[in-house]
Design a protein around this ligand. Structure first.
Ligand code: GLU
Length: 483
């Protein structure tokens, strides 16, 4: 059997982390088996579907490297196929028109509630006589189409992730609506609904494995009955665990971010994000291996290794994974990624050499968890004058520091400082001022950056020297001490 899987997002919002993680698992499974990954856009909800969401979903999947082999197929272009399936189910006696009005259904639910019964359709129009149907039609009622669900039936399947799953027919809420009522008089019934459309598509697209979130388990039970009624063989089902927040609840908008776009804006790299999403419910056979490409994961990916329990979303872990990718990235590539962040922060790059920028990237890369961190980490190279932290101020006021800084100012000459010049100057000032080398280093750092901590001091100094601002900075610091 050739493996064919699909991701079937509804374009009612931007690409969501849960959908993206389902896409990751489908992609990995398809690639493990040299199978086919299909993209299907489930856009039948006209009121909530928008083309810009479809665009966001497609570009998000591409950004993550989750390219599809077939599609996108759009359900709105396949409505005829669904109508035919409704007709087939009616013709075979698996479905029937139900003429209940919304008021009758509300009344029915209230009665059930009052009696302490589970809410659901009580199948009251399942066996209408021809006369009864004609009476309702004559009243101008337009029927929905319901599919018969046998309450005594146990629906059991072998789930590749959850093992044996069984569902009682009586827990599915009664005979289910598979087509809306007609909008116009010339139609017998209206648009087919979600569960039927999914089944028709999965049959026609020859989907071998349906891998989706566990929130679809009840739909799977209903869909299995539809497969049977349509005379089709079942795919293999696999229900992946949900992504949970720290409180163990489904990750939602309230947790800050949920769309892939949000993660992109927060400065995460796509390769780090897919790496992390893969780990939400799956581990590499060598569980110490946490950094891997999609291709590496695909070689090892088995549904049987996906956890049943929900996966807690861990920001620290995501930051750590992202930092690993940032630290490994060549400076020229990382510089290209950082430029838009610098520009957005209003840092002027016009006068700067590309090689200077790449040196700045190399200097700061080890301090970054996210691309956005570069703003804070490099601000000292872009400001006109520095702000001194409290500890830097205390240091600057220590005895001897003003003299150290003056000695450096006197030795500084031009913008061509080399690493060995810088080292020699530090050594010479240490000697001439009769202080410890550590004090010279700290004084320099405080004077140049306003901080006592930061990346490599010599490299920082060289970059500031190339900008021609090191001497002025040190003079400003000395003036600050004098005041
Ligand atoms: N359209 C459904 C959703 O966005 C997915 C359906 C499926 O995977 O079967 O949740």
């Amino acid at each position: 059997m050739s493996v064919r899987v699909r991701i079937a997002p509804s374009p009612t919002g931007n690409l969501h982390i849960g959908t993206a993680r389902t896409a990751v698992f489908n992609w990995l499974f398809a690639h493990h088996h040299q199978g086919t990954f299909v993209l299907r856009i489930e856009d039948t909800d006209a009121a909530r579907s928008r083309p810009e969401y479809t665009e966001n979903i497609e570009s998000g999947l591409q950004w993550l490297g989750l390219n599809w082999d077939e599609g996108p197929f759009f359900q709105t272009q396949r409505l005829d196929q669904y109508q035919q399936a409704v007709q087939t189910l009616l013709d075979k006696g698996f479905a029937y028109p139900c003429y209940c009005t919304p008021e009758e259904l509300t009344q029915m639910r209230e009665t059930q509630k009052a009696k302490g019964q589970a809410p659901g359709y009580d199948n009251r129009h399942r066996n209408l006589t021809t006369e009864e149907k004609q009476t309702f039609e004559a009243e101008g009622r337009k029927p929905v189409i319901r599919f018969k669900i046998d309450g005594d039936r146990s629906i059991v399947w072998q789930d590749s992730i959850r093992d044996t799953v069984s569902w009682q027919g009586s827990d599915l809420g009664g005979d289910m609506v598979i087509a809306r009522a007609a909008d116009t008089d010339d139609q017998p019934y209206g648009q087919a609904l979600y569960n039927l459309a999914v089944v028709v598509d999965d049959i026609e697209m020859q989907i071998s494995h349906v891998i989706r979130g566990e929130d679809h388990i009840a739909n799977t039970a209903k869909q299995i009955l539809l497969y049977e009624a349509l005379g089709a063989s079942l795919p293999i089902f696999a229900h992946s665990p949900l992504i949970l927040n720290q409180d163990g609840r489904k990750l939602s908008k309230r947790d800050g971010v949920t769309s892939i776009d949000d993660f992109r804006k927060m400065g995460f790299l796509p390769e780090a994000l897919v790496n992390y999403m893969t780990l939400l419910g799956w581990t590499f056979p060598d569980s110490t291996k946490e950094i891997f490409t999609l291709e590496e994961a695909a070689k090892e990916f088995e549904l049987e290794r996906v956890n049943k329990a929900g996966a807690k979303f861990d920001w620290d872990k995501l930051d750590w994974i992202n930092s690993q990718y940032l630290h490994e990235m060549p400076a020229d590539k990382l510089t290209d990624l950082l430029i838009p962040y610098w520009q957005e922060a209003g840092y002027s790059l016009n006068e700067l050499d590309r090689s200077w920028l790449e040196s700045l990237t190399a200097l700061t890369a080890p301090t970054l968890n996210r691309l956005t961190d570069v703003i804070k980490e490099t601000s000292v190279f872009f400001v006109d004058s520095v702000n001194y932290s409290e500890e830097a101020m205390t240091l600057l006021q220590q005895e001897g520091v003003a003299a150290v800084i003056s000695a450096i100012i006197d030795s500084l000459n031009g913008n061509n400082l080399t690493e060995s010049d810088a080292q020699a100057m530090i050594k010479q000032v240490t000697k001439s001022q009769k202080v410890k080398k550590g004090l010279v280093m700290r004084s320099l750092r405080a004077g140049l950056t306003g901080e006592l901590h930061g990346p490599d001091l010599t490299q920082t100094w060289l970059l500031l020297n190339q900008l021609g601002v090191d001497k002025t900075r040190l003079q400003q610091a000395r003036d600050k001490i004098a005041n």
